[in-house]
Design a protein around this ligand. Structure first.
Ligand SMILES: Cc1cc2nc3c(=O)[nH]c(=O)nc-3n(C[C@H](O)[C@H](O)[C@H](O)COP(=O)(O)OP(=O)(O)OC[C@H]3O[C@@H](n4cnc5c(N)ncnc54)[C@H](O)[C@@H]3O)c2cc1C
Length: 485
């Protein structure tokens, strides 16, 4: 299948609505939830329901009730009730997702984990932490650092997103190159199944091949298989020193080749991030971080480790970039300058909201060797459809974020956006890559799943979903395309 083989899918509407025939939560069930969870644990007022109708996309749908459990036992009660009444349950962390995953498209119950926010145990000896899912990612970073430990996965949304949301999406971040992403740190889980049963997977041990790896099956399952209620996370020693550099490239093509050149020279930076000219301009107009607005691209490069080794590697990176077209390699003189550069990088996504009313943030992932071709193709698609598509992202992993900026109330522009997004998916898959590197499928990409998956693989995934959730009440209408008639 290719985007050309099918009529244009309305990506901007989040695909067709889920077709399953769900029940409506009965007044007595609402009453039971209100009594068990209290007035702050069960929200029914229209203005409260509206607050939980969104995530980080433009999709919107109100739930019938929002529940905010504090304990795993309360989660079990909620799911048992949902099964009894055949009502959808959409688990929600901070709602910062960029795929429509926590938007309750079929109504029903939104189960928000924000009150399950305890760090239950920080085990220095085993270098791990056991947390409830509603812990904010940045709070986990801070708690680990306070003990001289380090949790590397660092989504740009870290001050909002929850660790449960990170696990459910297998969130990535700039540090993916050297340290991997969320899945590389999850050792064990506690989760509640659709019918309210408690399941524990993995544990504190590092090595474990006893049976199927259900821990990793739940990582990235986007709230469609179970509700994650506790997470055991591996930590590592904090690197002894960190330095940041910004390399300025008049030609994006030169910038896009640097990752393979640097790695082949034997240097493994903690991260290399790219921002193209449109991204630089968006963020600079807002944050005034001193970024070079005339450059076609910049690379933000972080090296960490033993101070003397970092100095040597930094000089290598500076030389390599200068030899390959960089006009300037600016080293952050201190932690403050480094923080300014990284704050600018984290602000890119939000800064685009100031340019046009709507943003469709794509998340393609391609082999590193295909990055230059992917960037060229995205620029050609932007020109073909007359759209502004700034690109930034985790270039070191081949994970690019082309952001299509438009107005969703302009039907003619929406049609061009749908076509452009479909062609971007085609480019990614055609280059041996895939639809999403870290934001997940959710609602926005589900109709393109078959483009990227082997048919047998997709059929197996549907069987796994049916085994975990036979009534299909967990996050319906997400991840999977509508079943063929
Ligand atoms: C400005 C900005 C920058 C971002 N940068 C990055 C980035 O660098 N890297 C990256 O990977 N993502 C990024 N994101 C996307 C988003 O922050 C991540 O996907 C994050 O992991 C979502 O966490 P959340 O708590 O907000 O989850 P939500 O958005 O609330 O939920 C996301 C999905 O997880 C499911 N879910 C949530 N909690 C649970 C649970 N306890 N059990 C089962 N399912 C659950 C939901 O049902 C939903 O499908 C960014 C978003 C924004 C707005």
């Amino acid at each position: 299948m290719s985007a050309q083989d099918k009529s244009v899918i309305d990506i901007v509407q989040g695909g067709p609505p889920p077709s399953a025939n769900f029940g409506v939560l009965s007044p007595s069930a609402k009453q039971r939830l209100s009594e068990q969870l209290g007035p702050e644990g069960a929200l029914l007022a229209p203005e409260d329901l509206q607050s939980y109708a969104y995530d980080g996309t433009f999709l919107e749908h109100r739930p019938d009730i929002v529940v905010l459990p504090r304990t795993t036992a309360e989660v079990q009660t909620i799911l048992a009730l949902a099964t009894e009444e055949h009502v959808p349950v959409v688990t929600r962390g901070a709602g910062s997702g960029l795929a429509g995953g926590s938007v309750p498209l079929s109504g029903g119950i939104v189960l928000a984990t924000t009150r399950m926010d305890a760090i239950l145990e920080l085990d220095d000896v085993n270098m791990l932490v056991r947390v409830q899912p509603g812990v904010v990612t940045a709070d986990l970073h801070a708690a680990a650092l306070a003990r001289g430990l380090y949790y590397p996965p660092d989504p740009a949304s870290q001050r909002q997103s929850t660790i449960g949301g990170n696990v459910a999406m297998c969130a990535g971040g700039p540090h993916g190159l050297k340290y991997g992403v969320t899945k590389d740190y999850v050792l064990g889980l506690e989760a509640v199944t659709a019918d309210g049963r408690l399941m524990r997977t993995g544990g504190k041990m590092i090595k474990n091949v006893t049976g199927y790896n259900l821990t990793q099956l739940l990582v990235g399952s986007e709230g469609t298989l179970a509700v994650i209620t506790e997470i055991i996370i591996r930590l590592i020693p904090k690197p002894r020193s960190t330095r940041t550099a910004m390399a300025v490239f008049p030609r994006i093509d030169d910038a896009s080749r640097m990752i393979t050149i640097i790695l082949n020279a034997g240097v493994v930076p903690a991260t290399i991030e790219i921002m193209d000219q449109d991204s630089i301009r968006c963020v600079e107009e807002w944050q005034h971080a001193g970024l070079p607005v005339d450059a076609e691209a910049i690379l933000l490069i972080e090296l960490d480790g033993e101070p003397s080794a970092v100095d040597v590697e930094l000089r290598d990176v500076e030389r390599l970039c200068s030899e390959r077209g960089a006009t300037e390699v600016r080293l952050a003189a201190n932690a403050e300058e480094s923080a300014t550069l990284w704050a600018a990088r984290r602000a890119v996504s939000a800064s685009m909201a100031r340019i046009r009313p709507t943003k469709l943030g794509e998340d393609i992932s391609v082999p590193r060797s295909a990055i230059p071709e992917a960037l060229t193709a995205i620029r050609a698609i932007a020109a073909k459809y007359g759209l502004l598509i700034p690109v930034y992202g985790h270039i070191s992993d081949g994970n690019l974020h082309p952001n299509i900026l438009f107005d969703r109330h302009d039907p003619e522009e929406v049609e061009r956006v749908n076509k452009a997004a479909g062609e971007i998916f085609d480019v990614a898959v055609g280059l041996g890559g895939t639809l999403t590197g870290e934001h997940g499928i959710g609602s926005l990409k589900k109709e393109y799943l078959a483009l990227a998956l082997d048919p047998v693989e997709l059929a197996m995934m549907r069987q796994i979903k049916d085994a975990f959730d036979p009534l299909g009440i967990l996050n319906p209408g997400k991840v999977f395309p509508a079943r063929p008639a």
